[in-house]
Design a protein around this ligand. Structure first.
Ligand code: ZN
Length: 559
């Protein structure tokens, strides 16, 4: 966060300013009622429960995700928060669907007078969750890396007649193209790019081998992802009334080098072919009439439900401050784990991600409810399922809002504030609203034990605030402790959480929420939803609004 350093200087400036004014400027002290009821013990007990082994990593659609949501409910109910879910309940049902195999896919092949069968999971496997209904008998067509890159005048798919056929392709791209650095590959290497190239060429299915000359290709099996991942924790989609465009993606299988050799004509055949294609020599493309397969792969769509949790504290106004955090995590790490190679099958407890965020929402809800004070604006407290599966719980909420979006003043999404490093906290996305930015910068100096970083970049599409910002046109911000080595690993446990820095962070977020509830100005919004209207009935976009915050405030930075 390059803004870190200079901002710290400005902050310092500010806090001195505020300190000096402390005794006669109410803004220089916290105003949120009962703020000192926020304690390390409370936070720790929430995180410890949610991230316990018994919670099995709180995977969406598993019973433990429901228990996590039930825990949020009971904590809020005990504190005196009111249910805000469907039909007076504490919950909002979220409908999911996913694909699973009707029967294990089979693949038999004929090469000359040699016949054989590939073993599923051992020699070929599918990780995709696309709806598949494939019964194919016919030729296999080798299409190289399925790359058509004019900038490199390299097109190894052109010479392959893929119409109505199954393609056999190489993963990644010619090794000579690889770049140094975190991502050595170009878009040509992306699975989606290859799948799209094959689909455009008329193929009806794809077998892809990680060639011996490519990364990790040396060990036959290394290139083959575990089928468990796709089966035990399939990719999920929202089961919406108006179905999104059907997923046209082709049935896609990874095959091992040994399997590819069997199809291509014997041991070393894949390596020989890859070396030729790496040099742009496509003359060795095998004659498809020499090899045919029978491939059956039929999936069925399963419909299932999980839930978001919703509590509220009504204020004077029917205008709402939303605090949100996701309660789901990776379960046994069959998907999304950064340590899949070493820790797949182990409980990924998700203490920082995101028991820390849920604890924050619960602690703030409790502090406000037990204060007995009626806030000016109303508060909605949400915990989401399905975040790790693609921001699905919050996307469902935004498509089925419990409070009309135009009545929402702002949304604060907390994700991963349990591993703040050297007291540094990132307030991502405040730049989408001058009012939010001002209020956050007013409050930050009241917590000098933290170093708060702000960015002029729009909110990162990294967590549940994103559907609120990008689809509902609501001003948001996302306090975030930063990427850390524990993230999405089996080591993200409750006993290594930095609770000391969580306490001032939770208090600061409560103070910001309280001040937004008291704020006279309506929060502006700069983002992709151009026609967003706020609780005052005016366009949120300052360029359209009759009383944009910008003009008034410009003097702020001049101080
Ligand atoms: Zn996560």
């Amino acid at each position: 966060m390059k803004l870190w350093k200079p901002l710290a200087a400005t902050l310092l400036l500010l806090s001195i300013g505020h300190g000096a004014l402390a005794n006669d400027n109410p803004a220089a002290v916290t105003q949120a009622p009962n703020i000192d009821s926020i304690t390390l013990e409370d936070i720790k007990s929430d995180v410890t429960f949610l991230a316990s082994d018994e919670m099995l990593g709180r995977e969406t659609l598993k019973p433990q995700a429901l228990i996590a949501s039930g825990y949020a409910r009971s904590r809020m109910e005990r504190a005196g928060v009111q249910p805000a879910g469907e039909n007076g309940t504490w919950f909002q049902t979220v409908k999911f669907k996913y694909n699973t195999w009707e029967a294990t896919p089979t693949l038999t092949y004929t090469r000359g007078d040699e016949k054989g069968e590939l073993k599923y999971a051992e020699e070929f496997v599918s990780t995709g969750g696309a709806e598949t209904s494939l019964v194919y008998e016919g030729e296999i067509v080798f299409a190289g890396y399925a790359i058509n890159d004019k900038s490199k005048s390299y097109n190894d798919i052109e010479g392959a007649d893929l119409k109505g056929k199954v393609a056999l392709i190489l993963r990644y791209e010619p090794s000579s193209w690889m770049k140094a650095g975190r991502n050595p590959f170009s878009r040509n290497a992306y699975l989606q790019t290859k799948e799209a190239q094959c689909r455009a060429a008329g193929a009806i299915g794809v077998l892809m081998v990680t060639g011996p000359e490519s990364l990790g290709g040396s060990d036959n099996r290394r290139g083959l992802p575990s089928p468990e991942a796709g089966e035990k924790s399939p990719p999920l989609q929202l089961d919406l009334e108006q179905q999104a465009a059907p997923d046209e993606s082709l049935p896609f299988f990874h095959i091992s080098v040994a399997a590819s050799d069997k199809l291509l004509g014997g041991e070393g055949a894949t390596s020989k072919l890859q070396k030729a294609f790496d040099k742009g020599d496509f003359s060795q493309r095998p004659d498809p009439s020499k090899m045919s397969v029978k491939l059956t792969a039929k999936s069925k769509t399963v419909h299932a439900e999980d839930r978001n949790t919703a509590g509220m504290i009504k204020g004077e106004l029917d205008e709402w401050i939303v605090f949100g955090a996701h309660h789901d995590h990776l379960g046994y790490g069959y998907f999304g784990a950064r340590d899949a190679r070493t820790a797949m099958g182990q409980i990924h407890n998700g203490a920082d991600d995101n028991a820390s965020g849920v604890a924050t929402v619960l602690e703030i809800a409790e502090a406000l409810a037990k204060s007995g004070k009626k806030p000016r604006r109303s508060f909605l407290f949400l915990t989401f399922t399905g975040e790790e599966k693609g921001l699905l719980g919050s996307s469902w909420y935004v498509k089925h809002p419990l409070i009309p979006h135009e009545k929402v003043y702002a949304m604060i999404n907390i994700d991963m504030i349990g591993r703040i490093d050297q007291h540094k906290l990132i307030m991502d996305g405040t730049s989408c609203s001058k009012v939010l930015d001002r209020v956050c910068k007013d409050v930050a100096p009241l917590f000098p034990e933290l170093e708060i970083g702000f960015s002029d970049q729009p909110p990162m599409p990294a967590s549940d605030h994103w559907p609120f910002f990008s689809k509902a046109g609501i001003p948001v911000f996302f306090p975030f402790g930063g990427i850390n080595r524990f993230m999405h690993t089996a080591e993200d446990d409750a006993d290594t959480i930095n609770y000391e820095d969580m306490v001032p962070t939770v208090k600061m977020l409560y103070e910001i929420g309280w001040r937004l509830s008291e704020e006279q100005a309506y929060a502006d919004y700069t983002g992709p939803v151009k026609d967003s209207v706020g609780p005052d009935g005016n366009p949120r976009d300052p360029k359209k609004s009759s009383n944009p915050e910008g003009e008034q405030e410009d003097g702020f930075s001049a101080k």
